[in-house]
Design a protein around this ligand. Structure first.
Ligand code: PLP
Length: 368
């Protein structure tokens, strides 16, 4: 392990809190803060909350009034999906989509995990115009296990042609991909704070004007009746502070660092395979198939060597689950032998380089 301590390369699971976020949270936590109260404390809280809404809306290029605060990506996705009679979702969506609507019609993906436009078209063509009124297509912007980016413009075009609503789970792509939802064919967009260095328990839904957004929670009618419950003001302010600094331009160098690490590993361990390598991918993510080496073993050995990575498909108990993403990509052969490395705002070139060395060393010693 390096003297600087363990290297965290599991940002797709969660990012460390940014100092800007911690400071903003402290700042508003000093006073009682219920944005619904009429007195001056309440008014101050509301003004902080609306300023935060504007900052986050600006980072997403949307109008603040169309943004609803939630507790995170899971709630945001559930909220959008609950409003539709029929859901068509890609087979590589996060559980926060697939488990929210287990009966959803699944859209096939190719070997990289990219949605088949042909299959989407076939599924939509099979529906009557009457049925289409209650249909939502849900396809993530980028995959949490592989980083593979979906062709949102093309998917949106098909959705518009068939006059169905389109949702994208932008939890992993937020702060990494530039997006202009209002000018696109996206109707709903969901984000989560903790993936960009904001506190956990923060998130938001953007909903195109005129589209319905059902409330999951009955109560005081906060957030224009869309999300009851006293708003998490300190979390929201931390979320805004993180969104302000989590700009895609800050990730530009990471593509080079990630690619260098991948090339080094492949050069020394030619059997190792990078999942989704020929597709567009988030620059922070690499998903490595290590034939002959169990992911659980690799993760524990890398942890001992000072690198925190994951399998990308761990369940809540921390066990490595067979990945539905790899299965959908037709890569059952890779099940249980894949590790995910994901960088973020604190990551350096040396972190990726050191990780590559550790993977090479481990693979040469342990793979059978
Ligand atoms: N969607 C995607 C693509 C994710 O990666 C995650 C979390 O890993 C979620 C949704 C859930 O977000 P949250 O942890 O904020 O509930």
């Amino acid at each position: 392990m390096s003297t600087a301590g363990p290297v965290y390369l599991d940002y797709n699971a969660t990012a460390p809190l940014r100092p800007e976020a911690a400071e903003a949270m402290m700042e508003v936590s000093r006073q009682p803060a219920n944005p619904s109260s009429i007195h001056q404390f309440g008014r101050a809280a509301r003004s902080h909350m609306e300023a935060a809404r504007k900052t986050i809306a600006d980072s997403l290029n949307v109008q603040p009034s169309a943004l609803t605060f939630t507790s995170g990506g899971t709630e945001s996705n559930n909220m959008v999906l609950a409003g539709f009679q029929t859901v068509l979702a890609s087979s590589v969506e996060h559980e926060a989509v697939l488990a929210a609507r287990p009966e959803a019609n699944l859209i096939n993906v190719d070997k990289n995990g990219v949605v088949s436009l042909h299959h989407l078209e076939t599924l939509l063509s099979a529906l009557s115009d009457q049925d289409k009124a209650g249909v939502l297509v849900s396809v993530m912007a980028a995959n949490n296990e592989t980083g593979v980016i979906q062709p949102l413009e093309d998917i949106g075009f098909v959705c518009r042609q068939h006059k169905v609503a389109f949702h994208t789970d932008m939890v992993q792509a937020f702060g990494k991909l530039e997006i202009t939802p209002e000018e696109s064919s996206i109707d709903y967009l969901t984000v989560s704070g903790h993936k960009i260095g904001a506190p956990t328990g923060t998130g938001a839904v953007w909903c195109r004007e005129g589209r319905p957004l059902s409330s999951l929670l009955a109560g005081g009618g906060q957030e224009q009746g869309r999300r009851s419950g006293t708003e998490n003001l300190s979390g929201i302010c931390g979320f805004a502070a993180a969104a302000r600094v989590a700009q895609p331009s800050t990730f530009e160098q990471m593509r080079l660092w990630r690619d260098e690490a991948e090339q080094l590993i492949i050069q020394h361990c030619p059997k190792v395979e990078i999942m989704g390598v020929t597709a567009a991918r988030l620059v922070n993510t690499t998903c490595l198939f290590l034939p002959g080496l169990a992911a659980q073993t690799a993760i524990m050995a890398l942890d001992l060597a000072g690198f925190a990575v994951s399998s990308g498909s761990a369940c809540s108990s921390g066990k490595v689950n067979p990945s539905h993403v790899l299965k959908a990509m037709g890569r059952d052969d890779a099940a249980g032998q894949v590790i995910r490395i994901s960088g973020g705002w604190k990551t350096t070139r040396q972190d990726f380089y050191g990780l590559a060395q550790a993977v090479i060393d481990l693979y040469k010693r342990k793979a059978n």
